[in-house]
Design a protein around this ligand. Structure first.
Ligand code: QUE
Length: 350
């Protein structure tokens, strides 16, 4: 057990509350395993009707995963500890995706990476005026994981490709517009919402609807047409050419966002989304993403990206390859290749 996640029941509701405030509740392996153990117990407990996921103290909701540990593992133990973390995290993601009881996730703050993986599989996804939602892995040379290859290509138009390639941060109103959130509440109503759900877990939908607020206008809606047009291709070079050819200030700003991120991350994301879009089995998605994680965590871009963003904070990563043209189809094939038998990801046994 770990003190970094609080696990309680209130009447007929299981409550998962992230409690690692010094790291903005970024997920560790111990947190993932403790959450999974509780969720498996509640799944099979007829006294439990629903589950709530939120953060306990300080700012929320969940900034990602334990990338410092993964980086250390890549440099010091060949990646074994990093793979063990992703294996446990993706099992939690899949358990939530297949959970037979309603889950409500409260994305009241930063919701990045690992936080996306534990909120998107929830039936009810609550955004607030504090929500900042992103898949920013291009900044650290990783790739959009935790099921992003399932969720993002299912968003309308090319919003998913736009988010992965630019690392765009969506606010709560934009999350509601995109379908990443199902409800928008003022954060001051969250305590009442959770208390009423704990009291009447069969009425989650009505409770959230009743406490919902009118969100402000979603800025991204005004850019949807050009997102769909300029990010239409599955080729990174074609997307960059389209942005270069557009005269708007918006395109110039997004071109800079795309071209300062890791080129290998961008090409992996576009292929990941193309392969993930037609899938019918989420376990297949997580098996594919685990292969990507096992390869991407060992590349020098990941050590360099975490150094630049989280360790030295100079925000000046030196990517290798540095340009899209340097990322070959052969290099991608190696990143996407199956793992040796016995090393592949698998979900919890049914
Ligand atoms: C891109 C990312 C991550 C990030 C910053 C990026 C990420 C992640 C964290 C993070 C932040 C605070 C912590 C922590 C991790 O930051 O995935 O442990 O305390 O986990 O620009 O992908």
């Amino acid at each position: 057990m770990t003190a970094e996640v609080h696990l309680h029941t209130h009447g007929r509701v299981g409550h998962v509350s992230l409690a690692r405030p010094k790291a903005l509740h970024a997920l560790t392996q111990a947190m993932c395993e403790a959450m999974s153990e509780a969720l498996l117990g509640w799944r099979d407990d007829p006294q439990i009707e629903a589950v709530l996921i939120d953060h306990a103290e300080g700012r929320g909701f969940c900034a990602g995963g334990d990338v410092a540990l993964v980086r250390r593992s890549a440099l010091e133990d060949g990646g074994a500890a990093g793979r063990a973390f992703f294996f446990a995290e993706y099992r939690l993601n899949h358990l939530l995706f297949t959970y037979p009881k309603p889950v409500a996730a409260f994305m009241d703050g930063m919701t990045m990476g690992g936080g996306v993986g534990i909120s998107q599989p929830a039936k009810y996804r609550v955004a607030t005026e504090n929500t900042l939602f992103a898949m920013p892995e291009g900044a650290i040379g990783l790739f959009p994981d935790v099921g992003a290859g399932w969720y993002l290509p299912r968003l309308k138009g090319r919003a998913g490709a736009f988010m992965a390639l630019t690392g765009a941060r969506l606010d709560g109103a934009e999350c509601l517009w995109a379908g990443l959130a199902t409800h928008y509440l003022q954060s001051e109503r969250l305590a009442e919402a959770k208390a009423r759900i704990a009291d009447r877990p069969s009425e989650i939908a009505a409770i959230l609807a009743e406490l919902s607020a009118e969100p402000p206008a979603a800025r991204i809606a005004g850019n949807a047409e050009r997102i769909d047009r300029l990010f239409a291709s599955d080729s990174l070079e074609e997307i960059i050419a389209a942005l270069e050819g557009d005269p708007s200030d918006w395109a110039a700003k997004e071109l800079k966002a795309v071209t300062t991120k890791c080129p290998t991350t961008a090409k992996v994301a576009l292929r990941e989304f193309a392969e993930g879009a037609p899938r019918t089995d989420f376990a297949e998605e997580m098996r594919a993403e685990y292969r990507l994680a096992a390869r991407m965590m060992l590349r020098s871009d990941f050590a360099e990206g975490v150094r630049a963003v989280l360790i030295d904070k100079d925000n000046a990563p030196r990517w290798n390859p540095a340009a899209p043209e340097g990322v070959t189809a052969e290099a991608l094939d190696e990143i996407f290749a199956p793992l040796p038998a016995g090393e592949e990801w698998s979900p919890f046994p049914a």
